[in-house]
Design a binder for this molecule. Structure first.
Ligand code: SF4
Ligand code: SF4
Length: 65
């Protein structure tokens, strides 16, 4: 059983591009605005099927490889 991906641990690991949100086949990701008005993705664990497409699409994680 694969785990639900961790899109970011700290906000500097996410530029808010919403690529993960756009590509999720389950529509399990929503973009949520923080207190500064920046949007960050949140995964609905009840919808996620742990396919990891979101992580593989994330430009920040690609650059970190
Ligand atoms: S792992 Fe798959 S289903 Fe889960 S949030 Fe990412 S893209 Fe969506
Ligand atoms: S794809 Fe990566 S950088 Fe873009 S919103 Fe999702 S987690 Fe953040």
């Amino acid at each position: 059983m694969r785990d639900i991906p961790v899109l970011f641990n700290n906000k500097d690991e996410c530029c808010g591009c919403a690529a993960c949100y756009s590509i999720c086949p389950q529509r399990a990701i929503t973009m949520s605005e923080d207190e500064m008005g920046f949007e960050y993705p949140i995964i609905d664990k009840t919808k996620c099927v742990c396919c990891s497409i979101c992580i593989k699409t994330c430009p920040v994680k690609i650059n970190a490889l």
